[in-house]
Write a protein that binds this ligand. Sequence first.
Ligand code: 13P
Ligand code: ZN
Ligand code: NA
Length: 281
Amino acid sequence: ALVTTKKMLLDAQKNGYAVGAFNVENMEMVMAVVSAAEETKSPVIMQTTPSTVKYADFDYFYANVKVAAEKANVPVAIHLDHGNSFELAMKAYRNGYTSIMIDGSHGSFEENISLTKSVVDVCKNGNVPVEAELGKVGGKEDDLDGGEGGYTDPSQAKEFAQRTGADSLAISIGTAHGVYKGEPKLDLNRLSQIREVVDIPLVLHGTSGVPDEIVTECVNRGICKVNYATDLRIAFTKGVKKVLDENPDTIDPKKYNSQGREEVKEYVKSKMLVVKSAEQA
Ligand code: 13P
Ligand code: ZN
Ligand code: NA
């Protein structure tokens, strides 16, 4: 069923697991993520970035996810990832998205608070939960170059959560969007310090490329939502390429898209164990 992320993330927090949030770019990726969730009995979040909803509008992704969710016997949510303006957040809200991120992390602390609060104030009327971000996750985020990350300050995080009324908080502890050059070094202590003073569920971004055991350690220290994007693109493209390399005369999109779908499904299934959501639906 299609649900909001409210109960989902509170249940994860209460029971010591995280919900995987996977960026989808087409119908096949939606199908793959839902199959993986069903086969592992996991609650799941599918999310689209501003550039994805520019490629095809909110209504296309909403319709795809809604169809998949209605057939599924696990909870499914559709989330706006890195919403970059009040207007785009409102568009997601009007289109029926069941979870919205407003990312004000590029502005000052006060600007971030007022932008986040403005979205929270509207979304609470429809019981749509809002994810906010404090601190900067590095790397290339969607179309934007995030540059160097500024880590989240625990005491600021506490004030930020209180003043915005956000339902969940994305934090920066050393992860970056995209592929890592070396092994990422995460500040796990900082995560624990933030968790001590912030009650709302915490979100990890930039997870593609983070070693599995470190991701699980983050979950054990209080991360309740784990975002994967880049690795799904890589998996899908790998599947498509495999078919086209082996059979260059293929003209039927079903032939190569189905292989992309298969690769994404296997990837997502393996991550359900890493975030400990398997058997939790
Ligand atoms: P990756 O692309 O590094 O997995 O980051 C995902 C993310 O944070 C989406 O918001
Ligand atoms: Zn992100
Ligand atoms: Na990453």
